[in-house]
Ligand binder design. Structure first.
Ligand code: UTP
Length: 409
């Protein structure tokens, strides 16, 4: 897009302040901004008003049967055998979602480089690699690992892995790819600037991971390696098991095109997305979308009917991902702290949310599947997400769980 068309586009969409700032730039600055403007999905910005008002569609919510701990106990050997076979055949890959910005932790480095060690260094990335290496050691096969970064943290992430020799993982099995970006806006939908010649851009959510893989030309690589299943996981759950043979085996045996690692809710009102069926499809319903009555509903054995929260660890069948690749994921408008430069050109790092980012989410991919099997894991052993500075899901709570599991740090 040329500079004049970019300026026109900004004005047509009522972004006069951004247009004014663009006009003040030199040739190179204007070209840089024009390239950003060319990529803006204006419809997304127009949606702010309707979506922020919260137009939740009519939803028919039903329970979704899970493979529970007691089932796993009974079938463990068979699940593990199936999983190990698939891993040894090279059918299982892993995708680490590391494109986020960790705004709640207030980090300016990739979240995975967070060092939570006390007696020795222990980085988030490091522990995740160790968890994966457990499976490599058990199966004798390396699992291809794809790491999604964003334009903001790709360089730092790649450099970090190299500096630490991939924490002992065979680097020929590791591939980095970069996700897409979207602009951030204030509460009135006006574009923020993060530098004098740059709009405030942020990664467009974790839902775009598969499309970003395809754009990076990785379909050929997946096929060449014979991958059939992809285990997608978040960077911040330090205890999670990745390419867990029993989970892989249970999902394959279920005949479903998706598996999801879930934990039992600690109480009916726990703020966690819960697996269920919505309008006949597997789905994750957010805690704020669930009525008190539904949240408290109990089965005959006394357990909650909607009792399994998601952990952002999914196994997807590659064939099905390719089938749904063209479908558009819904866009979520998320309130976040967005650093920006003010009229005087000063960089402001807000202490509290000051606007919206636009994100697609992995959980919406689950809804596109015909079926998905929730697979229960023991919370204390596999769920230690680090989201906040203090309190729930924080570094402190994760450290307690690491100790509980005998992991030294
Ligand atoms: P979160 O939703 O917790 O976001 O991401 P975040 O960026 O890590 O942290 P906050 O909300 O800003 O504090 C869940 C997972 O999805 C990845 C994150 O890296 C994390 O593994 N993610 C998130 C991406 O890969 N890309 C994104 O655009 C957003």
């Amino acid at each position: 897009m040329d500079k004049l068309s970019a300026l026109d586009a900004l004005r047509v969409h009522n972004q006069n302040e951004a247009a004014r700032r663009m006009e003040m730039l030199d040739e190179a600055g204007q070209e840089k901004m024009a390239a950003q403007v060319a990529k803006i999905d204006w419809k997304m910005l127009d949606d702010i008003k309707s979506q922020a008002a919260g137009g939740v569609k009519e939803k028919k919510v039903e329970p979704l049967a899970a493979v529970e701990l007691k089932d796993i106990e009974l079938n463990k050997a068979s699940y593990i055998e199936t999983g190990i076979r698939a891993i040894r055949e090279g059918e299982v890959a892993a995708v680490l979602l590391a494109g986020g910005q960790g705004t709640r932790l207030g980090l300016d480095k990739p979240k995975g480089t967070l060092n939570i060690g006390e007696q020795k260094d222990l980085y988030l990335f490091e522990q995740l690699i160790y968890n994966l290496l457990d499976v490599v050691n058990k199966t004798g096969a390396y699992i291809p690992l794809y790491i999604m970064t964003s334009e903001k943290n790709n360089e730092d992430t790649e450099a970090f892995f190299k500096e630490h020799s991939f924490f002992g993982y065979d680097s020929s099995f590791v591939t980095f790819f970069v996700q897409n970006m979207a602009p951030s806006v204030d509460y009135n939908g006006k574009l923020y600037m993060e530098e004098k010649d740059s709009l405030a851009m942020s990664p467009n959510g974790n839902g775009g991971w598969f499309l970003s893989m395809l754009s990076a030309g990785l379909e050929a690589d997946l096929k060449k390696r014979g991958v059939k299943w992809i285990n997608v996981f978040a960077v911040d759950n330090i205890l999670q098991r990745i390419a867990d043979p029993a989970f892989v085996g249970a999902t394959i045996q279920s005949g479903c095109s998706c598996g999801s690692k879930v934990v039992r809710k600690v109480s009916p009102d726990e703020k966690v997305g819960v697996m269920c069926k919505v309008n006949g499809h597997p789905s994750i319903i957010e805690y704020y979308e669930m009525s008190e009555e539904l949240a408290n509903l109990r089965r005959e054995d006394g357990e909650l009917v909607y009792g399994f929260g998601v952990t952002l660890n999914y196994l997807f069948k590659l064939d099905t991902l390719l089938e749904i690749a063209d479908k558009k994921l819904p866009l979520h408008i998320v309130e976040k702290k967005i650093p920006y430069i003010n009229e005087k050109g000063e960089l402001i790092k807000p202490e509290s949310p000051n606007g919206y980012k636009f994100e697609t989410l992995v959980l919406d991919m689950v809804e596109m599947m015909d079926n998905c099997v929730p697979y229960e894991v023991v919370r204390e052993h596999e769920f230690a997400p680090i989201k906040n500075k203090t309190g729930k899901d924080s570094i402190e709570s994760a450290k307690k769980l690491l100790k509980l599991n005998g992991i030294e740090f």
